[in-house]
Design a protein around this ligand. Structure first.
Ligand code: 5AD
Ligand code: SF4
Length: 485
């Protein structure tokens, strides 16, 4: 747990005989203390520790939020359970595409069966899907066994909500429309000891016409640079060597701060922090990618040689309908500029196939960009209609079979190019951050190059978290087999 001493002190300082403090984060520490007593009592009654399982769906932002949820669960006294047969289960949900929602409904059926065996079990749902109109109503009607529902804006109130759930027999629902609060300094339990996500901003103002994120995550809010840098310094002191700066659109970081700061300036500051060896960030919007940022990447020793730059479509006509505010030529010129400034950079992307009105010609434009930009890797998605977004109301939705056929063609092209590009590094020896024991073969470690490619190589657990020189012996398309050099 990050900063154990401070957390223990702040919790100990709370006086449960008094009303909860109004200020954050003190208020949450008060509820942590109250929950702790409840969990302790329940555990004494049962004669065993209580267990909790936190499951995360969706993006890196959700993954970081889940670390905060786990931080609270641990600080109130739950032991971590690896499976969902636990005393407390929380799903941090995603709603970017419809199948993300379907997955959650499916798994809730399974949780219901566990709860029949363990009636004291508590089930909580939070995250993006809960912010979507209609979802809470559906849960109230058909999933009565859920105990707690909250959204993206009040995740920092988890301890308080947990307390309310313990003290009530009915479903606790607390979903906020918006917030301008950013609450700092709550407990976090990191998934990895040596790397960490760091939120630099929340929300999104872009309203791409297909995307539900601005509706469920609210308007853009940047954290103060001083708070971000203090967090990174703390992480470095705790042994973290790689940070991933997180935001829906990191390139517009700092614009709404009282004293505006650019993302490039923030990166320059982060670069100075001793102990941090690698800096990554996610996600960049092409419309806001500045020359200043490219220069900072070029001059940096720590910023990884990787940029994820979602294209979404290669057709300028479709990009306009998507409200992306750049065109095909601008996108290609950015890739060119990046590669000229940082020759070894890997450029990866997201592409949506089957956006309303996409013709065969539009799709061919996407294929053209793929061939010209030669992406090092690409996430490809079938367009998913999200109720409430402008694209959902557009006429000429594309039949699934047509979209699927285009998707398959795109995927083939993307994979072919990615494997050709990866093969260019075969034979080189490059630094790899060893991240974990290989899941299939315990003699191997799995790590990443600066350009984000995955490398498997023989090694032992104590190397995890260190950066080693590895010779890339064989390229297997989207990963390498290597040897320590
Ligand atoms: N349908 C399909 N893909 C989508 N994405 C966002 N919204 C949708 C949607 N409605 C994709 C975009 C984005 C990624 C995170 O998810 O490509 O970059
Ligand atoms: Fe969605 Fe566009 Fe915002 Fe990304 S930039 S979260 S795609 S609205």
């Amino acid at each position: 747990m990050e900063d154990n001493d401070r957390i223990s002190r702040l919790t100990a300082e709370q006086d449960l005989m008094k009303d909860p403090p109004e200020h954050e984060p003190e208020r949450q520490y008060y509820f942590i203390k109250r929950c702790r007593e409840i969990v302790k009592k329940k555990s004494e009654e049962l004669g065993r520790p209580l267990t909790a399982c936190s499951v995360c769906f969706g993006c890196q932002m959700n993954a970081r939020d889940s670390e905060k949820l786990t931080g609270i669960l641990e600080s109130v006294g739950y032991q971590k359970a690896e499976t969902e047969e636990a005393d407390f289960v929380i799903y941090n949900t995603c709603t970017v595409r419809e199948n993300a929602n379907n997955k959650v409904y499916g798994r809730l059926g399974m949780l219901h069966n566990y709860k029949k065996k363990n009636p004291a079990m508590k089930i909580a749902l939070c995250g993006c899907m809960m912010q979507e109109p209609g979802v809470v109503q559906k849960l109230k009607e058909s999933y009565r066994f859920v105990d707690l529902i909250f959204g993206t804006h009040n995740i920092y109130c988890f301890a308080e909500l947990l307390c309310r759930t313990f003290e009530s027999d009915s479903m606790t629902v607390d979903v906020w429309e918006e917030t301008d609060q950013i609450v700092e300094k709550l407990p976090v339990e990191r998934n990895y000891t040596f790397k960490s996500g760091v939120n630099i901003m929340y929300g999104c103002n872009n309203f791409c016409s297909y995307c539900i994120v601005p509706y469920v995550r609210g308007r853009e809010r940047s954290r103060e640079a001083a708070d971000i840098l203090e967090e990174i310094r703390g992480l470095a002191a705790d042994g973290v060597v790689e940070v991933m700066l997180l935001g829906q659109n990191v390139n517009s970081y700092g614009k709404n701060l009282e004293t505006p700061v650019t993302f490039a300036q923030l990166l320059r500051e982060a670069e100075q922090i001793e102990g941090i060896r690698r800096i990554r960030f996610m996600t960049s919007h092409p419309k806001d990618l500045s020359d200043e940022l490219i220069a900072v990447m070029r001059d940096s020793k720590k910023i990884c040689r990787h940029l994820h730059l979602p294209l979404q479509s290669g057709s300028s006509r479709i990009l306009k309908r998507m409200n992306r505010r750049y065109d095909k030529e601008h996108y290609l010129s950015l890739v060119e500029k990046l590669r000229a400034a940082v020759p070894d950079i890997a450029v990866t992307t997201d592409i949506i196939v089957g956006f309303p009105g996409e013709t065969e010609e539009d799709f061919e434009e996407t294929m053209d960009v793929v061939r010209r930009a030669r992406f090092d890797s690409a996430f490809t998605f079938l367009y998913s209609k999200r109720t409430g977004t402008p694209a959902a109301a557009m006429e000429d939705q594309i039949p699934e079979a047509v979209a699927k056929e285009r998707f398959d063609r795109l995927l083939k092209e993307v994979q072919q190019i990615a494997s050709e590009k990866a093969d260019l590094l075969t034979g080189q020896t490059l630094p790899v951050l060893a991240e974990e024991i290989n899941r299939q073969d315990a003699h191997l470690l799995t790590g990443r190059l600066s350009n984000n490619s995955v490398v498997h190589f023989p090694g032992t657990a104590e190397m995890i978290g260190t950066i080693r020189n590895v010779k890339l012996v064989t390229c297997k398309g989207f990963y390498y087999l290597g040897e320590l050099s």
